[in-house]
Write a protein that binds this ligand. Structure first.
Ligand code: ADP
Ligand code: MG
Ligand code: MG
Length: 252
């Protein structure tokens, strides 16, 4: 199994410091939830891990199994086993969902070891059945005209097919009705194994009713300020964030 270590991570966007020393370690077999008020840097953390060019790391380290992730290009990070399901998945006109998926899988493989078309279609059909997706979606352009729920299911389809070592899921539950939420959770839970670690960014306990996290972290003002077990998410749902602010003496 893999281990992703984030150490004292500082990240700036356009000269403004957003992350101010994030520490977090995720190992295969573990599901971690990251919660926190809007604008505290959760999506910034996800983007910085994946190497989005807009996010400048000014201090700290990201290490995957002893390798320096910050030295890797974006495609190398994916190849090393990192996966990001974005809060707002992009639409790509002219590229079908199926073609995108197959090239993503092959981008992770060595040359000459590409997945065969037959095997790919068989696996994709199986995963789409599992996620109760309309098969026609595979032939539509990526995310184009997809509903919010379809986009999120499609992210989970990618996750299931790519089988990364470590995944970061940014608000995979936002905009989902209860049935879609159950299906998305079912897909994530299916991946639970020693070879898969997951960082689940969410605002709501309701996702965590279906996906039990091993650890829950609270981010505020660009730092992880509190960590605990599933009971921490339940307390946040019931009481909000004020008690943590008071406990830590944080001003708004
Ligand atoms: P969260 O996901 O916790 O809601 P974000 O990481 O999206 O928070 O944003 C953290 C802060 O960084 C916010 O103040 C936001 O306005 C700012 N920010 C995020 N992305 C950008 C960007 N691309 N350009 C400028 N500011 C940004
Ligand atoms: Mg947000
Ligand atoms: Mg966000």
């Amino acid at each position: 199994s893999s281990t992703l270590e984030i150490k004292d991570l500082h990240v700036e966007i356009e000269g403004q410091e957003i992350l101010k020393g994030v520490n977090l370690t995720i190992t295969g077999g573990e599901f971690h939830a990251v919660m926190g008020p809007n604008g505290t840097g959760k999506s910034t953390l996800a983007s910085a891990i994946m190497g989005h060019p807009k996010y400048e790391v000014t201090q700290g380290q990201i290490i995957l199994d002893g390798e320096d992730v910050l030295e890797m290009e974006v495609d190398e990070r994916a190849k090393a086993g990192l996966f990001l399901a974005m809060q707002y998945p992009s639409e790509i006109s002219g590229v079908t969902t199926s073609d995108f998926l197959r090239s993503s899988i092959n981008a992770q493989r060595e040359e000459g070891d590409e997945i065969s078309l037959m095997k790919f279609i068989k696996e994709m059909d199986g995963a789409m059945d599992y996620l109760e997706m309309d098969k026609n979606m595979a032939q539509r352009y990526l995310n184009e005209g997809f509903s919010g729920g379809e986009k999120k299911r499609n992210e989970i389809l990618q996750l299931m097919m790519i089988q990364p070592q470590i995944a970061i899921l940014d608000e995979i539950d936002s905009g989902l009705d209860i049935d879609a939420l159950k299906v998305v959770s079912k897909g994530i839970n299916k991946l639970r194994s020693e070879d898969f670690g997951c960082l689940i960014i969410t605002h709501y306990q309701r996702l965590l009713d279906y996906i039990t996290p091993d650890k829950v972290h609270v981010m505020m003002q660009g730092r992880v300020v509190k960590s605990g077990g599933p009971e921490l998410a339940q307390r946040l749902e019931a009481e909000g964030y004020d008690w943590i602010k008071q406990e830590l003496g944080i001003e708004d």
